[in-house]
Design a protein around this ligand. Structure first.
Ligand code: UD1
Ligand code: CA
Length: 468
């Protein structure tokens, strides 16, 4: 039986935040979710999270993917594990780690487990770092095993010179962890029950403690304050960029490209500077994104171009051309081979295959068919001050420039709406609708008008200057 325990009961005071430390995002994803995702990928039979104050914030992120244990008083990392001990099975292996180390990797957890297989003993993940400050230091014996972990505050000046530190990830056999927890005391500089002291107690029973040194020391970075938060953000951001480039995505300027943790991108897609890809966005192959484009929670097909635009919670099918300066708001479904041009806003609307909304338009709460031409300045008037209404436009219709469609209204397939019309009534299939004043033209009237306006102007300025 393989069990995991993530400690997340401490608030993280040094974050100086109203939010629990572990729900702060790294590359758009809560820290604790990074950790839980990695652990679940390794495959735990049961996964516990120890929570304390603000536990509702942790639950809101993790839901029922894990089991929760409450530590009502935060008396140290050892105490947090004591709180969890009654929930552990009699036998098996338990991996313990902390909720503030978002760069942990599944491969490294697997490596730790490899070290303790067949009940070989206990394993501690360690790292050799340039600046060991604040980490527990690893003391080794002649054989190379870990003999003790000494916390910064308890370390002698000699021990503080040690650069091998405790990552805070351990694999224990459950019976020996249980026995060692009973021996913990608060007799240390912090006055807490320290999980790190279990190592020494286990060791005293004759069990071996294996150090497993991580390949990349950045993996163990923990977040205690916002400076460390920005550090892990930068590290993870670079890792994500690297992964996409290795997978065949061209990124012109990685320093100016932001891709959140769970974004998926197809091969031969090109990201121009100022691309922000967020949330659960999925991008197809051969797209060109940016410059200066934000895409959040959207599904984008193949061969799509999106320039200087914002796309939120929508889908865009193959070979659509979006922007520059388009705003696609949540709930939009944009078909293949469409064009959504400059200064166009689409909201909660379906845009059929091959339809063009090329410039300066607002299409909201609408179902627009295939092959439609929406002219410059078309507005779907969806809101009467109380409720939103839908506009329906059939396939292959033509909506002239500057048309207002007062919803609810339907234009049948193949309809033709004259420029400048304000459409209040449904237009049947194949019908032509015009709804505007007829033009009046007066021959030779222009100069006469100018004269009249001039006189009007002079008489009014004469009066106001009081020269009469
Ligand atoms: C801890 C380790 C240190 C290691 C470092 C790695 C101990 C005593 N020290 O130090 O050796 O190098 O992590 O990052 O373990 N927590 C609880 N309940 C408590 C106290 C803490 O759940 O009563 C949780 C916190 O929410 C946090 C985690 O345990 O997620 C670690 O606590 P923290 O205070 O950050 O430990 P460090 O000082 O970083
Ligand atoms: Ca910490």
């Amino acid at each position: 039986m393989l069990v995991g325990i993530v400690l997340a009961a401490g608030l993280g005071k040094r974050m100086n935040s109203k939010r629990h430390k572990v729900v702060h995002e790294v590359c758009g994803k809560p820290m604790i979710e990074h950790i839980v995702d990695e652990m679940l990928a390794v495959g735990f039979d049961r996964l516990f999270v120890v929570v304390g104050k603000l536990e509702e914030q942790v639950r809101a992120v993790l839901g029922d993917r894990v089991e929760y244990i409450r530590q009502t008083e935060q008396l140290g990392t050892g105490h947090a594990v004591m709180t969890a001990a009654p929930y552990l099975p009699e036998q098996g292996t338990v991996v313990v780690l902390y909720g503030d180390c978002p760069l942990v990797r599944r491969e490294e957890i697997a490596r730790l487990l490899e070290a303790v297989k067949d009940d070989a003993g206990t394993a501690v993940q360690t790292a050799v770092v340039d600046n060991p400050y604040a980490y527990g230091r690893i003391l080794r014996d002649a054989r190379g095993d870990v003999s003790r972990i000494v916390e910064e505050k308890d370390a002698s000046s000699e021990q503080r010179q040690i650069h091998e530190v405790n990552s805070g990830i351990y694999a224990f056999s459950i019976p020996s962890l249980r026995a060692s927890l009973e021996k913990l005391s608060r007799d240390n500089a912090q006055g807490e029950y320290l999980l790190t002291d279990c190592i020494e107690h286990i060791r005293r029973t004759g069990e071996r403690i294996f150090p497993v040194v991580v390949a990349d020391p950045d993996d163990i970075a923990n977040v205690n304050d916002r400076i460390q938060l920005s550090y892990v953000e930068e590290k993870l951001r670079k890792r994500i960029l690297l992964r996409h480039m290795q997978n065949g995505v061209t990124i012109l300027d990685p320093a100016a490209t932001y891709i959140q943790a769970d974004v998926v991108i197809g091969r031969d897609t090109v990201l121009m500077p100022g691309s922000f890809l967020e949330g659960n966005t999925i991008l197809g192959e051969d797209c060109v994104i940016g410059p200066n484009t934000r895409i959040k929670d959207a599904v984008i097909g193949d061969g799509v171009t999106i320039e200087s635009s914002v796309i939120l919670t929508s889908s865009i099918a193959d070979r659509a051309a979006i922007g520059p300066f388009a705003y696609v708001r949540p709930g939009s479904v944009i078909g293949s081979n469409t064009k959504i041009g400059d200064f166009v806003e689409i909201k909660n609307a379906v845009i059929g295959e091959g339809t063009k909304v090329s410039h300066l338009a607002y299409v909201g709460d609408s179902d627009v068919g295939k092959g439609v031409n929406m002219g410059c300045g078309v507005v779907t008037v969806n809101y009467d001050g109380f409720r939103k209404h839908r506009t329906i436009i059939g396939d292959n219709s033509f909506v002239g420039s500057n048309v207002n469609l007062i919803a609810p209204v339907t234009v049948g397939a193949g309809g033709y709406i004259a420029t400048g019309s304000t459409i209040t009534d449904d237009v049947p299939e194949q019908a032509f609708a015009i709804a505007r004043e007829r033009q009046t033209t007066k021959p030779d009237y222009a100069n006469h008008l100018r004269l009249r306006l001039k006189n009007l102007h002079e008489s009014s300025t004469g009066r106001s200057s009081g020269k009469e």
